[in-house]
Design a protein around this ligand. Sequence first.
Ligand SMILES: O=P(O)(O)OC[C@H]1O[C@H](OP(=O)(O)OP(=O)(O)O)[C@H](O)[C@@H]1O
Ligand code: HPA
Ligand SMILES: [Mg+2]
Length: 169
Amino acid sequence: MTDRLPHEKGFHVSWDQIHRDSRALAWRLDGKGPEEGGQWRAVVGITRGGLVPAAVVARELDIRVIDTISVKSYSHQKQGEAHVIKAPQAGLMGDGEGILIVDDLVDSGKTLELVRKLYPKAHFATVYAKPSGKPQVDTWITEVSQDTWIFFPWDMALQYVQPYRGTDE
Ligand SMILES: O=P(O)(O)OC[C@H]1O[C@H](OP(=O)(O)OP(=O)(O)O)[C@H](O)[C@@H]1O
Ligand code: HPA
Ligand SMILES: [Mg+2]
C-alpha cells in the first residue's frame, strides 16, 4: 500500500509501555527456571535493545548475575549477516541451561537463531515478536504483524506533529 499515512505501520512504544511489558515478561518467567524454587542462574541481554528489558526482568526476578551478548545484523532498517561481536563469560554459559536470554524483539529470528546455536538449552524471551521469528522464542508478550516496524523510546524524541486535518491557509 502506498497511500498509508507514515504512522500507520509503526508501533511506537513509550518508556512506560516497555517497562510495563518487560514486567509482564518477568511475571511470565517467574518460577519457571530449572534451579531451586524455579530460579534462573543468570540473565543475558542481547545488546543493545535487550538491555532495557533484561534489567527490568533481573530486577523483578531478583537475579544478580547479568551478562551481555552483542549480535550485529541491522544497519538502520536493513538486515545483513548476523554475527557475534562480544560473547558472555564462557564459564557462566555452558550449554545455556538455566540462563534467561532476553531481547527487546524477535523479527526474522536470525539473531536468536544464532544465539540458540551457541546456547541450545537457554530460555529465550522477548517482549515483542513478529510471526517469522516466533519459532525462535520461548516466551514473549505482544505479537505484531510482520510488516510493522517497532519504534523504541531510546530511538525517539518528543516533537511537534501536524494535525491529521490541516488548516485552510
Ligand atoms: O529477529 P531479527 O530479524 O534478527 O531482529 C531482531 C533484532 O534486531 C534488533 O537489534 P539490532 O541488530 O538492530 O541491534 P540493536 O539491538 O543494537 O539495535 C532487535 O533489537 C533484535 O535484537
Ligand atoms: O521492528 C523493529 N524495530 C526496531 N528494531 C528492529 N530490528 C528488527 N526489527 C525491528
Ligand atoms: Mg537488538
